[in-house]
Design a protein around this ligand. Structure first.
Ligand SMILES: CC(C)(COP(=O)(O)OP(=O)(O)OC[C@H]1O[C@@H](n2cnc3c(N)ncnc32)[C@H](O)[C@@H]1OP(=O)(O)O)[C@@H](O)C(=O)NCCC(=O)NCCS
Length: 318
């Protein structure tokens, strides 16, 4: 039984050898159902690894059953690590492997010391600037309840950026059939918020309390369709709620037109709210019993207002 095996036998370690890296292709194809044109070429995998990108894997013996890939990036003048892929093979899911791969990425990013390579002209000593990287970013489909739960509830990401059709209208991936809209999320690695989440302290009680007095901007109507409420009234409040289905993959399979309706309505709601200065702060996966729906909670605030560690240093001392 794969589930039992994962708990006892799966280890998390860096992808090191050619044999390790070669297995990435198979996992990528299995998890996303990609065609040749969309899989990552092995030469690029090797080049990114050699050039310092982070490739962490979950191994059952020598078999790769999941992985996370992140590369260095520059966002708003800050060095970050952008995590481009996280995947766990189906039989190994829901045993915290996705979570543990993110923890392994975090550990590796926090261990990076950026040396600008200069030498002190007076002493000839190499000058170690000891710059650290304090944020990771990645994207996910905001209609995917499990990813929203993993990212917001368990890991503590925040977001103020919604990308419409980031990878184009569709790709060969089975997970990209309903447009490719993405929330661009930031994980403030050393913040109080994240360390609280990693110790298992989530905000469920506070979020449920806030949701109890809110009419969601998008909510389920009686027959499972998304319905809008008044935008002007929502933008006037301190918080906005946006509901999503508990399993969009199932909706896509049974009723693609309904899944598309959810895409359009949530795209509208996120775009309007983020343009008006809201940010995405929380997600709660079950607000009306086990079958969902899940609900996002947006705050009329910049992320740095509730994650002080994300305050940007003024440019040129201003
Ligand atoms: C996203 C993914 C990596 C998660 O891997 P995983 O090993 O199952 O992750 P974990 O077990 O650590 O966490 C999954 C959580 O989602 C929960 N979950 C599962 N289905 C859910 C749903 N429909 N709604 C809400 N939560 C759900 C699980 O209960 C678990 O939370 P818990 O530990 O609090 O119970 C895996 O599902 C995957 O490979 N998906 C396809 C590729 C993908 O979406 N990658 C990420 C974006 S690039």
């Amino acid at each position: 039984m794969a589930e039992a095996k994962t708990k006892s036998a799966v280890t998390i370690r860096d992808l090191q050898t050619f044999e390790d890296l070669k297995q990435m292709d198979e996992v990528e194809r299995e998890v996303w159902g990609l065609s040749d044109i969309d899989t990552t070429p092995l030469t690029l995998v090797i080049a990114t690894k050699e050039a310092g990108s982070i490739w962490v894997g979950a191994f059952d013996g020598t078999k790769l059953v999941g992985f996370a890939f992140g590369f260095l990036g520059l966002e708003n003048g800050r060095l970050i690590v952008h995590s481009h892929m996280l995947a766990v093979r189906e039989p190994y899911r829901n045993s915290h492997l996705g979570y543990n791969l993110k923890l392994a990425q975090r550990e590796r990013v926090l261990a990076i010391r950026v040396d600008d390579g200069r030498t002190d002209s007076r002493t000839n000593d190499p000058r170690i600037t000891d710059t650290r990287i304090s944020e990771m970013t990645w994207t996910f489909d905001p209609l995917q309840s499990r990813n929203a739960h993993l990212n917001f509830t368990k890991l503590g990401v925040v977001s103020e950026n919604y990308k419409v059709d980031l990878y184009g209208p569709e790709t060969s991936s089975v997970l990209h059939r309903n447009g490719t809209d993405r929330l661009w999320v930031t994980w403030p690695l050393s913040s109080r918020r994240v360390s609280d989440r990693l110790q298992g302290k989530d905000n469920r009680a506070e979020v449920l309390d806030a949701l109890s007095t809110l009419t969601p901007l998008i909510h389920f109507n009686g027959d499972g369709k998304p319905a809008r409420t008044d935008l002007a009234a929502a933008l006037n409040r301190q918080r906005i709620a946006i509901e999503i289905p508990s399993d969009i993959v199932e909706v896509e399979r049974k009723d693609p037109a309904l899944a598309w309706e959810w895409r359009l309505q949530t795209r509208w709601a996120f775009t309007e709210a983020l343009n008006a200065g809201f940010s995405v702060a929380e997600f709660c996966r079950t607000v009306r019993g086990q079958q969902g729906p899940g609900v996002y909670l947006l705050e009329k605030a910049k992320v740095e207002d509730y994650v002080p560690e994300m305050k940007r240093k003024p440019v040129n001392g201003r």
